[in-house]
Ligand binder design. Structure first.
Ligand code: NAP
Length: 237
């Protein structure tokens, strides 16, 4: 699909990768960008093509309102995400696991269910996942589980929407230099490089986009020896 003249809807648009998506889409000629965030006073876009939308992706009523408002969306970017940096067992309760599932899995699922009925042939849905959708870092195992669930869901949505000509794409980057990964060691991808890679891939056929060397290496490792790759990541964490 062409970015020029597209109408995009970006969740989590108040910073990090989401803000970078909005600014790059505008720079590349999008006709309109719905910039959605939990707190719209945190949005600071000085462009008449931007329409700000209050949206918590765990709130069904807000999602329904956003979908009704943005029926002209041709590119939905499910970017909002949460990483509570918790292991599966050595944490005090289930709060982090449930919160990550709500934001990273049920959020995009509800968004796709709400937005896709109005989307026309040629439209695209982008889900920002992580290479951790395909492997587990034990120190953030519940995040990995939520992104893995979202990857499976996206595959199902892709199959269901393909007959209508609507594509669903999953983005699997390595670490990105944003607030979420502030305590991660380098190397980290620049948000602008991730967004460029995603937008450039929209013209192709791929339904999974691996961004950066780390993601490419993990994907290659999984293809050759899944268990060894998982063992390596478990020991590195
Ligand atoms: N940073 C990395 O290393 C990395 C690597 C791979 C994938 N990713 C993915 O990239 C995406 C963007 O993350 P980021 O790196 O830009 O991190 P970030 O700066 O922490 O941004 C996360 C965004 O998600 C929003 N969000 C969280 N919960 C939400 C909710 N319930 N409803 C609506 N918005 C919500 C946040 O809004 P608030 O400010 O209101 O919390 C924020 O705008 C995420 O899906 C993340 O999992 C990040």
């Amino acid at each position: 699909m062409s970015i020029n003249e597209s109408v995009a809807f970006v969740t989590g648009a108040n910073g990090g990768l989401g803000e970078c998506f909005v600014r790059t889409l505008l720079a590349r000629g999008a006709a309109k960008v719905y910039a959605a965030a939990r707190r719209i006073d945190a949005l600071n876009y000085d462009d008449p093509r931007v329409c700000v939308v209050e949206l918590d992706v765990t709130n069904p009523a807000q999602i329904a309102r956003a979908a009704a408002l943005a029926r002209d969306t041709t590119l939905l970017v499910n970017n909002a995400g949460l990483n509570r940096l918790e292991p599966a067992l050595a944490c005090s309760d289930m709060q982090a696991a449930r919160a990550e599932m709500e934001v990273n899995y049920f959020g995009p699922l509800m968004m796709i269910r709400a937005f896709s009925p109005a989307m026309e042939a040629g439209s695209t849905i982008v889900n920002v996942l992580s290479i951790l959708a395909r492997v587990t870092l034990p120190s953030m195992a519940t995040l990995c589980a939520s992104k893995a669930a979202a990857l499976r869901m996206a595959e199902g949505a892709h199959a269901e929407l393909a007959p209508r000509g609507v594509r669903v794409i999953s983005v699997l980057p390595g670490a990105i230099d944003t607030a979420m990964s502030r305590d991660f060691p380098p190397p980290k991808l620049a948000p602008a490089d991730v967004v460029e890679a995603v937008l450039n891939a929209l013209g192709g056929e791929a339904s999974e986009i691996y961004v950066g060397d780390m993601a490419a290496q993990v994907a290659a490792g999984l293809a050759t020896d899944r268990q060894a790759t998982q063992r390596y990541l478990a020991s590195a964490a």
